[in-house]
Design a protein around this ligand. Structure first.
Ligand code: F0G
Length: 460
């Protein structure tokens, strides 16, 4: 039975033309791009599911806000509007805008960790891991084991494995654990939610050992929507109430506002009440991002973000948003294609290991499927697997990822049901000839975050 598509709670006022190239043109473009989807031009892509980050469609209110943006270097009214929104939604005393999520990580992590220390997370996103490593520390993933089985339907597969967390703390020594990071939703595990109960348990362990807890909050609203649907205690609470509860368990957060706050650029650091830490953050923001009241953004961006923070909480919007994921996932269910199930908040993470069992992790099945999707229908997606994970920073050996996903990240308020059908049809067509899909080898790679820049070639 097909999952019913939840109609858009908006109508379309502005359009952007897209075109599908011919099969030969696509084959040529992807070869010229050295089989790296990041090297493709946007105009050569038909349905762009590379990321849900900064790719959303702003509302008429946000565009109106763009015109109202106050471009004062210091003390812009747009800054105060953003502060008020941030304090109101998250209930944190200090809110610092920055230009995007990784800027928040750069400003904050350098203050909190260094050589010989560790950070533990339910799962690090790639830039978050990179900033832990750039600060000199090491990143350890600690997600619940259910996350490792894409076909196992559990309500909160993004959760921290709290037993393992405590073991890791005892093994390394609490004084060596600089920061625990809770990523909501858990992007790398498939946009999977984290429950309030799990946040409570994680916060209790952090408190017991005197370790600080930071929330990586890129998809805070989608996480809250899942809590409302799946955690009994919260079924009658508003999204905003759930968000306040979630954030009450952290002491600080870093946020890429390019996701749930539906802006094309922007990020935040939030500090619950540590004024000394905030003072240091201000200093580093000025050095790395710009003056405190703009943090690397234009006044108009601050204004759009202040509005987007609230739009992201709208329940009709969230129902439609998660409904898109469920619709696409439903079509894959009918075709017997496996993905991280139940489907997450910002995309469908197709299990490339299951579809392409003949391709070993070091020939990058997630990347191979992403490339095949482009060749099949001009769809751009990305690998969330061993290709993205890269090499061990100490030994240089290729790491073996827990998952080999091809991520179809859905931009917010951008694509329609017909676009999602094209994606489903393409995947189904590929799955029928899966054994003819080949693996890839890397011919060049940079030392960090290699997947953005590496060159590849198909294995004959
Ligand atoms: N944390 C998480 C959980 C993320 O998903 C991202 C970005 C970041 C931090 C970094 O934020 O991009 O604003 O600097 N994720 C994007 C993605 C890029 O495609 O999943 P940023």
């Amino acid at each position: 039975m097909t999952t019913k598509y939840v109609p858009e709670p908006f109508r379309i006022k502005m359009v952007e033309t897209i075109k599908m190239l011919s099969r030969e043109e696509r084959e040529q473009k992807i070869a010229e791009a050295k089989y790296n989807v990041f090297n493709l031009r946007g105009e050569d892509v038909y349905v762009d599911l590379l990321t849900d980050s900064g790719t959303g469609a702003m509302s008429q209110e946000q565009w109106a806000g763009i015109m109202r943006g106050d471009e004062s270097y210091a003390g812009a009214s747009s800054y105060f509007k953003l502060l008020n929104a941030g304090k109101d939604i998250f209930d944190y005393e200090y809110i610092q805008p920055v230009h995007q999520g990784r800027a928040a990580e750069k400003v904050l992590f350098g203050l909190l960790m260094g050589e010989g220390e560790f950070s533990i997370s339910n799962m690090f996103f790639d830039t978050t891991r990179a900033h832990v490593e750039l600060a000199g520390a090491r990143a350890i993933d600690c997600v619940v084991p259910e996350a490792g089985d894409p076909t196992l339907r559990a309500p909160f597969k993004g959760n921290m494995d709290v037993e393992k967390l405590e073991k890791l703390i005892l093994e390394h020594g609490a004084e060596k654990i600089a920061l625990v990071i809770m990523t909501i939703t858990n992007n790398s595990a498939g946009g999977q939610p984290v429950s309030i109960q799990n946040m409570r348990d994680t916060a209790a362990i952090c408190k017991k050992y005197g370790i600080r807890l930071c929330i990586d909050a890129a998809r805070y609203a989608e996480n809250a929507f899942f809590i409302k649907q799946r955690e009994e205690e919260f079924k009658d609470k508003s999204i905003k109430e759930i968000i306040r509860e979630m954030f009450s368990y952290g002491e600080m957060f870093t946020m890429s506002a390019k996701k749930d706050s539906i802006v094309n650029i922007g990020g935040l650091i939030g500090i619950k009440n540590d004024g000394d830490l905030y003072q240091q953050i201000k200093g580093r923001t000025i050095s790395y991002e710009g003056y405190i009241t703009y943090g690397g953004l234009a006044g108009r961006d601050l204004e759009a973000l202040a509005i987007g923070l609230y739009e992201g909480l709208d329940e009709d919007y969230l129902r439609y948003r998660i409904g898109q994921m469920e619709y696409l996932a439903g079509r894959l269910d009918e075709a017997g294609i496996t993905y991280q199930a139940p489907v997450g908040g910002h995309g469908v993470f197709v299990d490339a290991k299951a579809m392409l069992p003949h391709i070993p992790y070091y020939e990058y099945p997630g990347q191979a499927l992403a490339l095949e999707l482009y060749k099949e229908a001009g769809i751009r997606s990305c690998d969330i697997g061993s290709y993205m994970l890269g090499n061990d920073p100490d030994t240089g050996e290729q790491l073996h990822a827990k998952f080999e996903f091809t991520r179809l990240a859905i931009p917010r308020r951008v694509y329609t049901q017909a676009h999602l059908d094209i994606v489903a049809d393409a995947l189904i067509a590929i799955s029928k000839r899966a054994d003819s899909v080949k693996g890839y080898r890397i011919t060049w790679e940079p030392p960090v975050l290699r997947h953005f820049q590496a060159s590849l070639e198909p294995i004959k």
